[in-house]
Design a protein around this ligand. Structure first.
Ligand code: 5BU
Length: 279
């Protein structure tokens, strides 16, 4: 686990150099939540309804906007309004993975207009460091029309699916590339803390390095699905260094998604408190 994992979110918020990471930790503290809901429903109405009902309990709403056949400007405006109403950030799990020039067009403009409404996006570094340069340059351009302090990137350093090839040298390279972009890269989607001093012995980063870790594949009642997904509990994910835990079907497919969100919130917060108290 990284040495930062033991620090309370308030402390990480106050010393973090990245404004969006600061905001994440502030929202988490205010709401006593480290929950990200993966809202993988397939109509705008269901997505908006879920965002409104679960908004009070979550820090981030994670979307796969390209699974909505009825996506339109209305989807964007309703999500943006709810993000302000309930104080959560929006993470589009787009997993950019192409040459820099292409991802710039996929991120900024295009059909989905991701840079307009997604505070957080993610990418794989399979194609090398240029993808991160490309996305960060888009945001840093003088004519970028949105608030660049509210735009950030997570590098997909590991995946939860069975047989994932995002391991070893790939994961190490993810950490090295992240270090080159402290203003834009928030951290990782990974199954454990990465960077600084870790139990797996990656190189030691700068003194103030504090990558934020998002962990997917969290479920309180299932071990996996028939298509290779592998689950762990909130307690286990947070014990391995997750700062924010991402749950999809465990919440939105539950009989009562609001009650489920509250259970995940409680379990996630309890595990976080145990971690920072050293228990
Ligand atoms: P689930 O219903 O909790 O299994 O949904 C998991 C979500 O997280 C889903 O949107 C996936 O696309 C996403 N995901 C994942 O499951 N595993 C990964 O390694 C990454 C993303 Br990266």
């Amino acid at each position: 686990m990284s040495s930062n994992s033991k620090l309370p979110y308030t402390e990480r918020a106050s010393r973090h150099p990245n404004p969006l990471a600061k905001k994440l930790f502030q929202i988490a503290t205010e709401k006593k939540s480290n929950i990200v809901v993966s809202a993988d429903v397939t109509t705008t109405k269901e997505l908006v309804d879920l965002a409104d009902r679960l908004g009070p309990y979550i820090v981030v709403l994670k979307t796969h906007i390209d699974i909505l056949p009825d996506f339109s400007s209305d989807t964007i405006s309703q999500l943006t309004t709810l993000s302000r109403k309930h104080n959560f950030l929006i993470f589009e799990d787009r997993k950019f993975i192409d040459i820099g020039s292409t991802v710039q067009k996929q991120y900024h403009g295009g059909t989905l207009r991701i840079s307009e409404w997604a505070h957080i996006v993610n990418c794989s570094v399979l194609a090398g460091p240029g993808i991160v340069d490309a996305l960060s340059q888009t945001v840093e351009k003088d004519d970028f029309p949105y608030n660049r302090a509210e735009r950030g990137l997570l590098i997909l350093a590991e995946m939860t699916s069975k047989g994932s090839l995002a391991t070893g040298e790939y994961t190490k390279a993810s950490v090295e590339i992240a270090r080159r972009h402290p203003g834009f890269v928030l951290g990782f989607v990974s199954t454990r803390a990465l960077g600084k001093v870790t139990t797996t012995g990656e190189s030691v980063g700068a003194e103030d390095e504090d990558f934020v870790v998002f962990t997917t594949g969290v479920n309180l009642s299932s071990k996996g699905d028939a298509l290779g997904q592998q689950y762990q509990t909130p307690e286990s994910a947070i014990g391995r260094g997750a700062d924010f835990i991402i749950a999809g079907r465990g919440i939105y497919a539950a009989e009562d998604p609001v009650e489920a969100a509250k259970s995940y919130q409680e379990a996630g917060w309890k595990a976080y408190l145990a971690r920072v108290s050293g228990a």
